[in-house]
Design a protein around this ligand. Sequence first.
Ligand code: ARG
Length: 658
Amino acid sequence: MNILAELRARFTAALATLTDDPGPFAAMVRPAQDAKFGDFQANCAMPLAKQLGKPPRDVAQEIVAALKVADLCAPAEVAGPGFINLRLRDDWLQSTVNRTVGDGQLGVEPLAQPRRYVVDFSSPNVAKPMHVGHLRSTVIGDALVRILRALGHSVVSDNHIGDWGTQFGMIIYGYKHFLDAAAYKRAPVAELARLYRLVNTLSEYHEARNALPELEATLATRQKAVVDCESQADLDPKQKKKQLKKLRSDFTAAEDNLTSARKKIADVEGDPQLKTAADAHPNIARGARDETAKLHAGDEENLRLWNEFVPQCLAALEKIYQRLEIRFDLALGESHYQPQLATVVENLKSDGLATESDGALCVFVEGNKAPLIVRKTDGAFTYGTTDLATIAYRETELKADAILYVVDARQSEHFDLLFATARKWGYGDTEFKHVSFGTVMGEDGRPFKTRAGDSVGLESLLDEAVAAARRVVDENDDAKRDQHDQPAPELDEQARQAVAEVVGIGGIKYADLRHNRESDYIFSWDKMLAKNGDTATYMQYAYARICGIFRKGDVDRESLRDRTDAIRLTKPAERALALQLCRFPDALAAVAEDYRPNMLTQYLFETANVLSTFYEQCPVLKAEDEATRTSRLLLVDLTGRIIEHGLSLLGFPFPKQM
Ligand code: ARG
């Protein structure tokens, strides 16, 4: 049972006697911050009192008088300026937790109105190395898919891979001019990645050289603006300070741009081979664009190459997905929608939505600065056109009620425009949601890079995580051997590596999921693998300790669960643990509310902490009598099931030993 939702529903009914719009006030029922105030608290009397022009305590009393919760709660109490405190009845909690023991769904009830979700996540651009941002999308998206399914929704996961973009022009250009045939034969994907990087480096070199005069001029202008402002005597000092701050930051930005351009130039000019290639290909960016255009126009040779490259790149991606234990229902990719793009644009035109602007075809939407370009001046369709065709497909073929896009926050403008356009286009009933996420930063405060430094290649990131985990596993296992004076460690080489794989990959996933997805966060290897704190390792240890209790007591968990109504809540720590366990459905619902997996990691972390307190205060195997022992074993078992299930919903594998 979803306790919080139930209480909010009861409040909605009670509040309806006082206001026409009870929803927002009912939403103010929350778990209590401090157990001494009860289990739940509602702060809605204060804002409602303001609206009604009555004293808040009186309003609180009125709400309490209308509130029908006697079956669930002890009588509600009004405290302080008008807080309403609720405490669940002990007998209710006890019977609820006992019922959960026999429930395969762990308290999660079927939904009255399940929805059809399409979750668009991971979505890397093939042939370009996947980076850490794609890892975030992959991990968050996968967790959301699993959690929405566990809640009873119908979910289609779709990897919207970028398999038709300009990177192919770059690779095809590279292939035609710079191919190392032997390397391609040996490791095709690595060679394609090299070609991509090479063409990109050379294009950027020419671009930087062309831009240099302007960048220098901009820097000079901005420097002058700072100097001028500094020497202005008649300006209000506060005003001046503000202006200077802005001008200096503009100056720094110009300086950064120039530095980055100079670096691009120096990198090529410092390498004779690169310099020769750059000189031989002065119009390389143009050449790459032409190759893309030819591909899109159906050029035979380029299509053949595309057909050769894509499967190899997909196979390389698949290797990463396997390691991460992630599967998709669909991976249609951008190329899938190409046949429909012309029709999409024609429809937009005939609906009067798309208009010509500077030779391009655009959809202007009120409230947005830029339009959504659906056909460029050169006739090429865009990322946005493809996304519109994708929406049409997901609506008509996949029957989506909601489409989630798990994509970097830097694309928010694109999605704002896209959703607004889609609504105008007739998809007003669908929920569109950009499940955006921030950037992963390194400990130096800059976007995260692997130790190798060059790119944030995913593969090497995973390897690094596993290697770091391996060091911890070795240390632990060696320590155990020394502690118990054993001749050999418990785990052999193979077992150690298997545990390291699980701990390393789990650690990366968890570190990502536990943060509020919208914030940038600083990634730290030490924190990721710390045994204490909100980490995967801590959760895995908590779980391993639970398993240890049953092993040590030689208790069969399965048959234990046949004991109905055996949990008895007598001590506060037992009650606190039972309450926490009964909140599991609430935690899943909280994730779905705004698509935030960290609501689940937070819940699991709290659960592990409540369990620790329980262990301190309530001996389990050495409980005072048989009935208490059984009751506590059942509580511990249920905690283990919830942690295991919760972590599996976050995409976690489990090591048998730690
Ligand atoms: N391929 C894009 C990128 O790597 C992300 C695609 C997200 N999905 C979408 N339907 N636009 O930036």
